[in-house]
Design a protein around this ligand. Structure first.
Ligand code: SAM
Ligand code: FES
Length: 347
């Protein structure tokens, strides 16, 4: 198995059957071997920097009904909220003082935020903070809309593909949502010039090793700037309430593989990873991740953006999270970088 890791390290790819063999035969010793290489590649590319992104969860209204997601439209118990432009700018202000140079606007697919409103929000952030990057994560839009947001100043876009297997996609989403559209959006975003992130949940219901192999092959082919991989965690008000959460060690193993496959990728140690294990984010960094995304949302709405149960940091102030993460990162020998943290190909 170590030979497969050596091959992946050297050639940055494996055959589908080799990926499958590697995943199915993983063990603690093999994982350590993989992580050591992943850390070396991460340090070769970005030093011991960990990039911070200030996450602003600006709306939890959503027109979609993804079976896994706590803010799906059918969850009538979710307390819905929207942030105004002024509230969003206030979050950016707090974030700037704390050293954030990237703001991630994430939300459900909420028609309230028309193209015009979003363009105004993006332009205002870019005018106030010209040295900052704006990342959007607000789902599937038309080419023209993505283009308008890009022209307004948005730099990056996160749109997880969720699973590269069409049948699996159909078991996670209602029939109006199609993998084909998701992939079209990803390709549009890249064409327009965004730094683009795809990704998937580990341990989502009905996922098997073949699905994971397809995810890895898709990521290799799409060659994104960012990859978001975190565990699926059930939410009690969804059809998947009784399903099991994804496993920590499998998430870490996949982070290590992706680091070897795409050496310069920007990859978060996600909040979901920190939710399934108290040191999840540190372990993520030690397996090949190099980004953390602490929350900048106003404290009074944090407890309402619940994609899954037991989400961490919902009661903390932005500054508390920032300082807590800095301590955690320094303890494992890394440092927080106060820069935009662009992908190497865009510097
Ligand atoms: N609406 C946008 C979209 O669909 O891309 C952005 C918001 S969406 C809530 C962000 C991500 O949260 C999804 O891509 C999904 O992978 C993740 N997510 C949703 N429910 C989750 C759950 N139960 N466990 C772990 N991650 C979840
Ligand atoms: Fe939020 Fe530690 S990151 S309290």
């Amino acid at each position: 198995m170590k030979q497969l890791i050596d091959k992946l390290h050297k050639t940055r790819e494996l055959e589908p059957a080799e990926f499958k063999e590697l995943i199915e035969n993983r063990c603690a010793e093999l994982s350590e071997y993989l992580f050591a290489k992943a850390r070396a590649v991460q340090i070769e590319n970005y030093g011991n920097n960990v990039y911070i992104r200030g996450l602003i969860e600006f709306t939890n209204y959503c027109k979609n009904d993804c079976y896994y997601c706590g803010i799906r439209k059918s969850n009538s118990t979710a307390e819905r909220y929207r942030l105004t432009k002024e509230q969003i700018l206030q979050c950016c202000d707090t974030g700037y003082e704390l050293g954030f140079r990237t703001y991630v606007l994430q939300g459900g697919e909420d028609g309230y935020y028309t193209d015009e409103k979003m363009v105004d929000i993006i332009q205002s952030i870019k005018n106030n903070y010209p040295d900052c990057a704006v990342t959007l994560s607000m789902g599937e839009k038309s080419f023209e809309t993505y283009q308008a947001f890009f022209e307004a100043g948005a730099d990056r876009y996160l749109l997880r593909h969720e699973t590269a297997n069409e049948e699996h996609y159909g078991r996670l989403h209602p029939h109006n949502l199609l993998l084909k559209n998701r992939i079209q959006c990803l390709s549009d975003l890249k064409k327009i010039g965004y730094q683009v992130g795809c990704g998937f949940m580990v341990g989502s219901p009905f996922q098997n090793t073949d699905c994971l192999v397809e995810d890895l092959l898709f990521i290799k082919e799409f060659n994104p700037h960012m990859v978001g991989i975190g565990p699926f965690i059930p939410h009690h008000e969804t059809p998947f309430a009784k399903e099991k959460a994804g496993e920590l060690e499998l998430v870490l193993f996949l982070l290590g593989i992706v680091r070897l496959m795409l050496p310069a990728v920007l990859m978060p140690a996600t909040t979901a990873l920190g939710t399934i294990h108290p040191q999840g984010r540190e372990l993520g960094i030690l397996s090949g991740a190099n980004v953390v995304m602490p929350n900048l949302s106003p404290t009074d709405v944090r407890g309402k953006y619940l994609l899954y149960d037991n989400k961490i940091c919902t009661g903390d102030e932005a500054a508390e999270c920032r300082n807590c993460l800095q301590g955690r990162i320094e303890k494992i020998g890394y440092k927080i970088a106060v820069t935009r943290g662009d992908h190497k190909s865009k510097l």
